[in-house]
Design a binder for this molecule. Structure first.
Ligand code: NDP
Length: 401
């Protein structure tokens, strides 16, 4: 029988909700492009309820315990005294969400001799040292596509929010003001702007599709080029490098995984090549942008705004400068964990675990590392290596409520 550790974010400060804003979720059949939604044999949760926090347990407990497995669910994940560290030595499976990542560094993997499967309830497995996972022969899998559209919607919201100066204008209302000039002195239309995405995978392409009706000029850079039909349909301009693309863009959105090729990609040198007053939206991973270079560019006016929901480390310490830098629209890491997304990735986790325990192959599109190498989606979108360096700093976070 297996021991499964599931690291989830904390419950709401007011406790687990007893009712919800809406009575259900729209029913989706397939993702764009035809991939089927998760297909577990059964689920033990109500879609549309909070599953990603500790008390939601991704809806796994009843099923796993009925099979005789042990499930440990905790949010206590950072530092040597954490519950995660204490439970790791005899764990077979670790499940974690990128929103509240259980950083599986090489040191932690070495202290978990029974560990065989690192499962991401979401998309993006950079919180696992993928090189160490390859070397140890672990399987790393994620629920590909489960929240790609959730993030794409968030990106469009953040682009509009920054360009139209939504958050400061909202704050004037809350403060009791009617300060129209204060609000509009930084407010523009998106129409006519040049908008580019670094990566045109599931999220990047969905962002391009959603922005096309805004009558903007669309650009992208990616390691693999989209089909000619898609480029023509959306009137896309492809650029061989991010550097080529950012020079001509008013808005840049980052939608690539974090791996050695993309870590620190938006450093001071690349940001200096952007148009003065460009907007940068990063919902991919915090480490793709250099923390201090972003702050300096907002302070100097090189960037007119920065928004996103991804930080490094997570949770971000109270003194993380992105909390207080000017002209930002940051949130905690939430875009991929709407109630809608939670229902999909909880079902996907169940599907992957069913395959794992029944000895059936995990869908190729869910695999990141398998058999001692990058596999499936991982072989397409990642490069081998480690992006967890510095994650120990997450232990500095202190709850304020
Ligand atoms: P996909 O795998 O569909 O797309 C990733 C794309 O990134 C691929 O097209 C890949 O190119 C491209 N890419 C990889 N490396 C580079 C590079 N060096 N330069 C340019 N393009 C590159 O994944 P998704 O679109 O679904 O998700 C992308 C990322 O978004 C995730 O890995 C995760 O980090 C983040 N994410 C964030 C969430 C949130 O809640 N904020 C939720 C979900 C995801 P190719 O395959 O052609 O090589």
């Amino acid at each position: 029988m297996a021991k499964i550790i599931c690291v989830l974010y904390d419950d709401p400060v007011t406790g687990t909700p007893t009712s919800y804003a809406r009575d259900g979720l729209p029913k989706l059949e397939r993702y764009p492009g035809g991939q089927t939604l998760p297909t577990p044999k059964a689920i033990d949760f109500v879609p549309g309820t909070l599953l990603g926090s500790v008390s939601g347990e991704l809806g796994l407990r009843r099923w796993l315990e009925s099979l005789g497995h042990t499930l440990v669910v905790t949010s206590d994940k950072d530092g040597a005294e954490s519950r995660l560290d204490r439970e790791l030595p005899d764990a077979d499976v670790v499940i974690s969400q990128p929103f509240w990542p259980a950083y599986l560094t090489a040191e932690r993997i070495a202290r978990a001799p029974k560990l065989k499967l690192a499962l991401t309830a979401g998309i993006g497995s950079d919180h696992v040292d993928l090189q160490a996972a390859i070397d140890r022969g672990l399987t790393v899998a994620e629920v590909t596509y489960c929240n790609s559209i959730s993030v794409a919607e968030h990106v469009v919201m953040m682009i509009l929010g920054l360009v139209r100066n939504y958050i400061p204008s909202y704050q004037w209302v809350v403060k009791g003001g009617w300060n129209i000039a204060d609000c509009v002195a930084r407010s523009y239309d998106v129409e006519g702007m040049h908008v580019g995405t670094v990566a045109a995978g599931r999220i990047g392409l969905a962002v391009l599709r959603r922005l096309a009706p805004f009558d903007v000029h669309l650009h992208y850079t990616d390691r693999h080029r989209l089909s000619e039909a898609v480029e023509t349909e959306l009137n896309l301009t492809w650029h061989p490098t991010a550097e080529d693309m950012v020079k001509v863009c008013d808005v840049v959105t980052i939608n690539a995984p974090l791996h050695p090729e993309t870590e620190n990609l938006f450093n001071a040198a690349l940001i200096a090549k952007m148009k003065r007053g460009a907007y940068l939206v990063n919902t991919a991973r915090g480490k793709i942008c250099n923390r201090d270079a972003v702050v300096a560019a907002l302070e100097s006016g090189q960037l007119a705004g920065y928004a996103g929901d991804v930080w490094f480390p997570q949770p971000a310490p109270a003194d993380h400068p992105w909390r207080t830098m000017p002209h930002h629209g940051m949130t905690p890491h939430i875009s991929g964990t709407s109630l809608s997304a939670q229902a999909r990735y909880a079902a996907g986790v169940r599907e992957i675990l069913e395959c794992w325990f029944e000895g059936r192959p995990i869908r190729d599109e869910y695999l990141i590392v398998d058999g001692g190498k990058l596999a499936g989606a991982g072989a397409h979108s990642y490069s081998a290596g480690n992006a967890t360096g510095g994650s120990g700093d997450a232990a500095r976070f202190k709850k304020t409520t």
